[in-house]
Ligand binder design. Sequence first.
Ligand code: FAD
Ligand code: NAP
Length: 341
Amino acid sequence: MELVENAELSACNSFGFSVIAERFARVDSLSRLQALLDLARERDWPLLLLGGGSNLILKPFLPGLVLQPANSGWQLREEGKRQVVVEVAAGENWHTFVTAMLRAGYYGLENLALIPGNVGAAPIQNIGAYGVELADCLLELDAYDREAGALVTLTAAQCRFGYRDSIFKSACPGRYVIWQLRFALAREFVPRLGYQALRDALAGQRIAAPCAEDVFQAVVAMRQAKLPDPAELGNAGSFFENPVVPEATCRQLRQQFPKLVAFADRPGYMKLAAGWLIDQAGWKGRSRGAVGVYHKQALVLVNHGGGTAAELQLLADEVRASVREMFGIELCQEPRIYPLD
Ligand code: FAD
Ligand code: NAP
């Protein structure tokens, strides 16, 4: 777990961009984490926390220090009749953890199968898929607070989770290094089938009363069919968030675009499918040099090989401008670009 200088990180970001970090360290103990954070502060090094690199866009050179939490393992912390509390280390792979919980008979995470990345990054944007989000099962987490210089516990309420959002992303980015998480999981499986595509997939297999394994397998199969595997085609999943707009805006848009794809959100608001907007603006399957818009899902931007963060950002800006011009809707980018300007 030593400090590596001029580390090549192309295998550590899911776009597969060629990236050199001035300094890089994987940390598996709190004492080592604290020592490196202290060193970075003393030397005034910019700091980037890295998980699996599946939700960020890296420029060719990262000055300062890149730190990757590499602690591992999970443990049962409490056993109740109906529910258990499981503690898991930030450095664990998310999908490996979801699979382990399913095999152990602890339920609630099945709809979140096959999301790339590490457990420690999952709270940052409150990962979500197929009608479930991290906040539905997360009890609390321990994080190193760089302002206080101490490990603190934050309850789910204190994390202020929202749609693809949390304090870690919006209110205080970079302040906390998430170190371990505690989940409240159920002993009895209750399927969460609010998401139409998931219901259709299970109905298509004539599964009327799905078990946890059925839901898990259906989610895995849908994702494998629709999303590019970063090992084969560089991407960071959804590149833009689905815009949430007032109902009146949605009604106006529907007059002009009767096939507009929208879903009820919080009272008075509708969530528009950003992928549909991008598709209608003519971008699905189009490329700009080495980067492009994925042909099966227009919400995903891809690196066909040899692309750069700058090329990707230009493409993203073009896509955003087209959607703005056609629908008057401003798309918000999901993955962050590093180093920050
Ligand atoms: P990274 O990309 O390494 O980091 C993301 C952010 O978290 C950065 O700001 C980083 O600085 C910060 N960070 C990382 N670790 C820590 C830590 N321990 N403490 C504090 N900050 C930290 N997302 C969804 O929500 N739902 C999906 O269904 C989904 N599907 C995807 C499908 C594909 C094919 C891909 C490529 C991505 C998808 N994503 C999805 C996005 C991504 O997988 C998630 O956001 C994931 O949680 C990112 O984890 P990571 O470890 O790769 O984080
Ligand atoms: P999809 O089924 O084609 O649907 C497109 C969008 O419509 C989704 O983003 C989803 O919003 C919304 N949607 C569809 N059915 C819905 C319903 N019944 N209720 C509420 N909203 C609904 O989406 P997809 O691309 O195949 O992705 C499937 C799931 O995986 C989605 O939940 C998506 O968010 C998630 N995913 C996320 C990422 C990422 O990087 N963030 C990448 C890939 C997949 P929501 O996004 O709010 O669910």
